[in-house]
Ligand binder design. Structure first.
Ligand SMILES: Nc1nc2c(ncn2[C@@H]2O[C@H](COP(=O)(O)OP(=O)(O)OP(=O)(O)O)[C@@H](O)[C@H]2O)c(=O)[nH]1
Length: 930
């Protein structure tokens, strides 16, 4: 056995990659989830393939990955255009696969051989059962797609709340590493390499798993933190719709927390879309009639020999040194128009049987050369004629088409590539060939851990058992190892672990032109025919080996055909359970959120609506009230100012206003001083009016402020009012406007004198005389004329002697009296003149109006401010109410939708759970037989 057999290129690369191997190993330990999870399904809807081992074959793996991204799957396009091709059928269209029709199987003609007939019958029942489960899951897939599409639509209008956790690290560490159980359909190949954990229920409800909070508690706590934060327990439930957020130092919880609601919604939308794509591909998968069996194992474990033994033809090259360096898919020649040939697929090409540019055609005899060289080709399709009967054949037994894929032996270079292969959806069964002499190598263990997580069951072939002397010890040791590697496989080890010698299986005659076989017996010459009894020598040991291999074949047929429900349908069921669980959790959380949202907005509305009503009422009422207040205040001020000024003007001449009388010679100065004092007096009255108006304005402003606070509360924006600034500009231009010249006549206040003449006798006489004289002087008066007439009667001479001194005396007295009365009479005269002039200027009205207007202006500012505030308040409340109403309507719609989703997802979950893939009728038939 030459380890250097692998092509030099590979070896060189291997050597060159050794350094990288170390790095990759670190990567494995540092990143336990190096493997893809269900969420890693790429944008094309295809899964991202996982890697195991050191990861040193990244070159191959990457190429294969890109190849697979373009191809629908390994060999998927090998039947493109064939009637078996499923991908071309629209989703949900009925499958017309005659081989899958239970009726066809049931109607199969009786062969006359009771054993064969019974087996056919069992197969028919098994097929019917399979179809029923398949249809149930198909229906569930369609229904779940509907539910997801509905969620997508709702999410667009009412961004779904996505629960996040606050303590992701804790949550992650608490989360059990998924084992090979039903937990996830797509996950976990990338989990750390360690023995699988016990099976975890794939369908746990929120309350099923651990001490989940009640929705009420969650709501209370979430409300205290953030409406989007839900308990870690709930968040852990997500397996498919989980958002993988890795950004810088932030963990997922922080990220979800920091993301906008709409960003989370769009991330979720992406998840939903990916999930729908995956469901569609699952639908196609369960409808697909073909099954692929990947045969892998350590280098030189005898994989090719085992494949040949299954085919009873020496098709694949066997060698003592590693020889298979590319993937060889063995298919029924009927899929190639009955022609036996090899299609060696070009590197980087997507195989299409109808497009010869994607491959080179070789006869089967050239296969050995092709598989030795991995520099030109990476895979090949080997079309062979089936030499076995329908009852015996694995390739085609009338129920399902099986392709055997012989993989290159596992080593640090190929483990990763093979694991990628094993993860493909089309690979229903992984057969692991291990050398009985060498047991499981490290590469083998890594591969099995990874593949077990994905495929749940692995069919183990312990080959080369003939070389073992202490067979029991070998069996025990191998089974112990299997227990550590895959407990589920160990549990069913009688069916799934077989100890055989592949090279002891006799070959059948090849059809004309085919290689190997030719009736020449097995590669080791272990027998000349199919029946052990044909061997004339009949060595007991050889018979035993052939019998062991027959048992293996039976089990493998069961495993592939009769238990294909597990391999084909389990991923669909697991995925459905997971997605339905996610939907249920999401719906429950969102139902709670929608409910609390409705409660919240209802409470808000109960507050807002009365507020809005009173605000509207206040707006109209307060408007009138303010106007009335302003008008009343201004009227009061006007009246007060008018009265005060009138009275001040009227009484301005009542006294000398403290102006001293300097005597006759200073009488004009006295008059000027008096005038000034009077004007000052009136100005003082004006100032008093202004002070009064100021105080009224202050109380008016305060009254408006009180109204504002009363109706707007904290919303009221007070304006700062400075009363001292009012009337600051002196509008009193009285002194400038009044022109009041003093005249001689002003010195005598005749009206006052006349009033007083009767009170004082002497003064009256003198005044009478003075008046008479004065009257004479100014034109006379009737009673003076009468007096003079009387004097004429008395006699002129006597009268003259009497009157002249009397008149002189009277005039002197009168003059003295008048002069003496100047301090009393002048103020009156001046006041009267001033009053007349102010009247003509309309001074009182003008000033009263000025003062009142000034107050009106002052009051209008806060009044307008209050009006604006009230209007704004009404508008704000109105739009708040509209918003709240909108939210309520949306929340009600969401509530209805999510309560339906809770119910529907739970219902679908029950239906899917009822699809019991373990209760295969064949299993019960076997039990009965046993
Ligand atoms: N004694 C014995 N030898 C076997 C048995 N099976 C295979 N061999 C031999 O083991 C050698 C390797 O067999 P292959 O079938 O080429 O092994 P392989 O796993 O396909 O090899 P690679 O694909 O190159 O890794 C051949 O010489 C076979 O004859 C067996 O059951 N018993």
């Amino acid at each position: 056995m030459s380890q250097g057999y692998f092509p030099p290129v590979s070896k060189g690369k291997s050597a060159a990659r050794n350094d990288r191997d170390d790095d990759s190993s670190d990567e494995v330990s540092d990143a336990p989830r190096q493997f893809s999870t269900p969420e890693d399904v790429n944008r094309t809807g295809r899964p991202v393939y996982a890697t195991v081992g050191s990861g040193s074959t990244s070159y191959h793996a990457n190429r294969l990955q890109s190849l697979l991204d373009r191809d629908s799957g390994y060999g998927g396009s090998s039947i493109a255009g064939d009637e078996h091709g499923s991908s071309k059928l629209p989703l949900g269209s009925p499958r017309t696969d005659p081989s899958l029709s239970g009726d066809t199987v049931l109607l199969r003609q009786a062969t006359g051989n009771p054993e064969t007939d019974q087996r056919n019958q069992v197969t028919a029942i098994s097929q019917l059962w399979y179809n029923r489960q398949r249809v149930a899951l198909g229906r569930a897939i369609n229904r779940v797609i509907d539910l997801l599409q509905g969620l997508q639509e709702t999410n667009a209008t009412w961004p779904a709340i996505y629960p996040s956790v606050q303590r992701t690290d804790v949550a992650t560490s608490e989360r059990p590493a998924p084992g090979p159980g039903l937990h996830r359909a797509f996950s976990t190949v990338g989990e750390p390499v360690h023995p699988p954990r016990p099976l975890r229920r794939s369908m746990t409800t929120v309350s099923d798993d651990g001490p989940a909070e009640s929705s009420k508690d969650a709501e209370t706590r979430a409300a205290a933190e953030d409406p989007r934060l839900i308990t870690p327990q709930i968040a852990q439930e997500f397996s498919i719709l989980k958002l993988d957020l890795k950004l810088g130092a932030l963990n997922q919880a922080e990220l979800v927390h920091s993301l906008e609601k709409s960003s989370v919604a769009s991330l979720l939308d992406g998840k939903i879309r990916t999930s729908i794509k995956h469901l569609t591909s699952l639908q196609e998968r369960i409808d697909d009639t073909s099954s692929k069996v990947l045969i892998t194992g350590d280098l030189n474990a005898g994989k090719s020999t085992f494949c040949n033994a299954l085919l009873r033809r020496k098709v694949l090259p066997e060698d003592q040194q590693p020889c298979t360096s590319i993937f060889c898919e063995v298919l029924d020649a009927r899929e190639n128009g009955g022609l036996e040939e090899v299609h060696a697929v070009h590197k980087d090409a997507i195989y299409n049987r109808h497009d010869e540019s994607t491959y080179d055609v070789f006869p089967l005899s050239k296969l050995e050369q092709i598989v030795l060289d991995n520099s030109t080709y990476m895979q090949c399709k080997v079309y062979v004629k089936d030499v076995r009967t329908v009852d015996e054949s694995l390739l085609n037994n009338g129920v399902v088409d099986i392709a055997l894929i012989d993989a290159p032996g596992l080593n640090s270079d190929t483990t990763k590539t093979t694991a990628i292969f094993a993860r493909q959806e089309e690979i229903d069964v992984v057969v692991f060939v291990v050398s009985a002499a060498n047991h499981f190598t490290q590469s083998a263990k890594e591969f099995i851990w990874a593949a077990a997580a994905e495929k749940a069951y692995i069919f183990m072939v312990v080959n080369g058992f003939d070389m073992i002397r202490d067979k029991e010890r070998c069996q025990k040791m191998i089974l112990d190892q299997v227990y550590g590697l895959s407990p589920r496989t160990f549990k069913e080890s009688t069916e799934l672990v077989h100890f055989v010698s592949s090279n002891a299986i006799p070959m059948l005659p090849s059809p004309p032109g085919g290689p190997g076989g030719g009736g020449s017996g097995s590669s080791s010459g272990g027998g000349g025919g199919d029946e052990p009894n044909d061997d004339p020598k009949g060595k007991g040991k050889e018979k035993e080996k052939i019998e062991d291999f027959r048992k293996l074949e039976q089990s493998l047929r069961h495993f592939v055909l009769e238990k294909r429900a597990r391999s084909k349908l389990t991923p669909a069921k697991t995925y459905l359970m997971n997605i339905l669980n996610d939907l249920h959790v999401l719906a429950t959380v969102n139902l709670d959120v929608a409910k609390s949202e409705i409660d919240r907005v209802t409470r808000d509305l109960e507050e807002i609506e009365p507020q809005l009503e009173s605000s509207k009422k206040a707006k109209s009422e307060v408007g009138d009230e303010i106007d009335q207040t302003i008008e009343a205040t201004c009227k009061d001020i006007y009246d007060h100012s008018r009265n005060s000024l009138n009275s001040a003007i009227a009484h301005a001449g009542d006294s000398t206003l403290g102006v001293p009388y300097p005597g006759l010679f200073g009488v004009f100065n006295f008059a000027e001083d008096l005038k000034e004092a009077m004007l000052n007096e009136i100005s003082t009255a004006v100032s008093n009016c202004e002070d009064h108006a100021r105080s009224k304005a202050v109380s008016g402003v305060n009254a408006i402020k009180q109204l504002g606070i009363l109706h707007l509360g904290n919303e009221y924006h007070d304006l700062s009012f400075r009363p001292d600034v009012m009337f600051r500009r002196r509008r009193d231009i009285l002194a400038k406007e009044i022109d009041l010249p003093t005249e001689l006549m002003d010195l005598v206040d005749w009206s006052t004198l006349m009033q007083r003449q009767e009170k004082v006798a002497g003064t009256g006489m003198a005044l009478t005389l003075a008046t008479a004289l004065g009257g004479r002087l100014v034109g006379g008066s009737s009673w003076v004329d009468h007096a003079l007439s009387a004097a004429k009667i008395v006699g002129n001479e006597n009268l003259r002697k009497l009157i002249i001194p009397a008149v002189v005396l009277a005039v002197v007295s009168a003059a003295a009296y008048v002069l003496q009365q100047i301090p009393q009479s002048l103020p009156h005269r001046l006041s009267a003149k001033l009053s007349a002039q102010l009247d003509s200027m309309d001074y009182v009205h003008a000033n009263s109006t000025r003062i009142a207007s000034s107050v009106r202006k002052v009051l209008r500012f806060p009044a307008d401010n209050l009006r604006v505030g009230l209007t704004r308040s009404v508008e704000q409340l109105g739009s708040r109410r509209d918003e709240t109403l909108k939210t309520r309507t949306e929340s009600e719609v969401a509530f209805k939708y999510f309560s339906n989703l809770v119910r529907n997802s739970a219902h679908q979950r029950t239906l899917v759970m009822d699809v019991d893939l373990d209760a295969h009728p064949q299993a019960s038939a076997q039990t009965t037989t046993a």
